[in-house]
Design a protein around this ligand. Structure first.
Ligand code: MG
Length: 318
């Protein structure tokens, strides 16, 4: 390559590099009304991917995949889904689990990404969650990169029980970290936003409520609930989503997924796609031959991975 081309390349790397530094760009996030905003008070919409359950796909929980997702997939954020409940998860391997989650957190700090620390549980475990989030907030709460998701998907618990749990965990986090974003779940896999809208948590700042959708199952009726919540001033964050059925399987409904993408854009709502895993199911974005450290070619990715990467790159380029 000639000198002139080296200079052009260096310039491009400089420009693209600046573009790909979401935390430097937006800084400490906060919530104003129902909108996520930057440290300058401007509306922010983030997009990224979730890792799969750490207890089943630990091989992807390393700094190298975070770097790849930042540089090649153009993620603004990643979600570390710390499994709580199944055998081999945080419930009986807390130190190993925390270490794996920390690899992704440290990777996000090094690569200037936001990172969601996701308590990936389907049931209430208040004492364990309080201890875990208190430790995480003490260790990482000074970094603007950190977002806490305190209950992945309640299933059978009522909103009054989930609300009481959430307040306990919010208090524990706020003792150590006064300001970072906290994401709150709602009953029935984060679908009951109408219940949240009628009885939100009050007295704490920088809370948002999670919406989870799988576009081949969840359609306009869920968006109607979200619209109802937004109209009542409830801030929403799509911390898990994808194009297939809620089972994680079946064909991708591209049209409905696009309707969701357009809806999220119109409301500046951030989204995260599920998941970085290699299980034989539609929603796992990688094939078993995909390396544990990233560097994935298109033929090592499944349809949902190819599509998600394209969506993220298009979103960054807008
Ligand atoms: Mg903080």
């Amino acid at each position: 390559m000639k000198i002139k081309h080296w200079i052009t390349a260096a310039f491009l790397i400089l420009i693209l590099g600046v573009e790909a530094q979401p935390v430097k760009q937006y800084g400490q996030l906060s919530v104003k009304g129902n909108q996520l905003v930057s440290d300058k008070g401007e509306a922010v919409m983030l997009a990224g991917v979730s890792y799969g359950w750490h207890n089943w796909w630990p091989r992807f929980y390393n700094k190298s995949t975070v770097k790849w997702l930042a540089e090649d997939w153009h993620c603004d954020l990643v979600r570390a889904a710390m499994g709580v409940g199944p055998r081999g998860s945080y419930t009986d391997k807390p130190e190993w689990s925390t270490q794996l989650i920390s690899e992704v957190i440290e990777g996000a700090l090094e690569n200037d990404l936001y990172v969601i620390i996701d308590w990936h549980s389907h049931e209430l475990k208040t004492e364990e969650a309080r201890r875990f989030f208190s430790d995480m907030a003490a260790k990482y709460g000074q970094h603007p990169h950190i977002i806490y998701e305190i209950f992945n998907e309640p299933v059978k618990d009522s909103w009054s029980d989930v609300k009481a749990y959430s307040i306990e965990i919010i208090k524990a986090i706020r003792e150590k970290d006064p300001d970072n974003l906290i994401l709150v779940g709602s009953p029935h896999w984060c679908q009951d936003l109408h219940l949240v809208a009628d009885d939100p948590i009050v007295g704490y700042d920088n809370l948002m409520y999670t919406v989870h959708f799988y576009a081949a199952t969840h359609k306009q009726s869920l968006r109607d609930r979200c619209n109802y919540a937004l109209a009542k001033g409830i801030p929403l964050f799509v911390s898990e989503s994808a194009g297939m059925e809620a089972s994680g399987n079946g064909p991708i409904d591209h049209q409905e997924w696009q309707t969701w993408i357009d809806w999220m854009k119109s409301h500046q709502i951030s989204w995260v796609t599920w998941s970085i895993a290699d299980k034989n199911e539609t929603c796992s974005m990688l094939k078993p031959e995909a390396a544990s450290e990233g560097g994935w070619s298109e033929d090592q990715m499944k349809e949902s991975g190819v599509k998600t990467r394209a969506l993220l790159r298009a979103f960054r380029a807008e």
